[in-house]
Design a binder for this molecule. Structure first.
Ligand code: FES
Length: 162
């Protein structure tokens, strides 16, 4: 990691006076800066504020707001709450994983284009099964329909690169 990245983490640490009681605020700012919590920065924070690496990782993994994985440019959130689950949201999750070459542990594509997340309830149960792509709610989804949306996003990206 470049030195400048450590510099910005130092600035965040200094802002919170390197206080162990400010660990959550420090992690939140680092995530805002990088989009996720890089492992090497967690170790750096641990040393800087005098808290064990296990405690820092414990906090980072306890709060669902934090992610230790870099996120993709496009975020796909499949609802797996009760209403969506009974309408076979699992099939949608499996279809997306297969299409994007992901699995339960690898939720972001290698090209960092897509991240697949599952959520408990999107509050759109009447539209079950629901999938949010880049903030837009899509209701009554099927594997085929969601893959078509993903392919549209891919096509737009390819058109921008052309
Ligand atoms: S359970 Fe999926 S939107 Fe509520």
């Amino acid at each position: 990691m470049e030195n400048s990245k450590f510099d910005s983490v130092c600035a965040i640490l200094d802002k919170y006076h390197r206080s162990p009681t400010k660990l959550i605020s420090i992690l939140r700012e680092i995530q805002d800066e990088y989009g996720y919590l890089p492992e090497e920065l967690m170790t750096f924070v641990s040393t800087a504020i005098g808290v064990s690496p296990a405690s820092v990782f414990g906090v980072a993994t306890f709060f669902s707001h934090f992610t230790l994985e870099p996120k993709g440019k496009h975020i796909i959130k499949v609802c797996d709450g009760t209403a969506c689950h009974v309408k076979r949201s699992e099939d949608i999750i499996l279809a997306i994983r297969k299409h994007l070459n992901l699995d339960a542990e690898h939720r972001t594509t290698e090209d960092r284009m897509f991240t697949l997340e599952t959520v408990a309830c999107l509050g759109a149960c009447s539209l079950a099964p629901a999938v949010v792509v880049d903030g837009k709610v899509n209701g009554n989804m099927t594997p085929k329909a969601v893959l078509a949306i993903i392919d549209q996003v891919k096509e737009k990206e390819a058109a921008q690169d052309a």
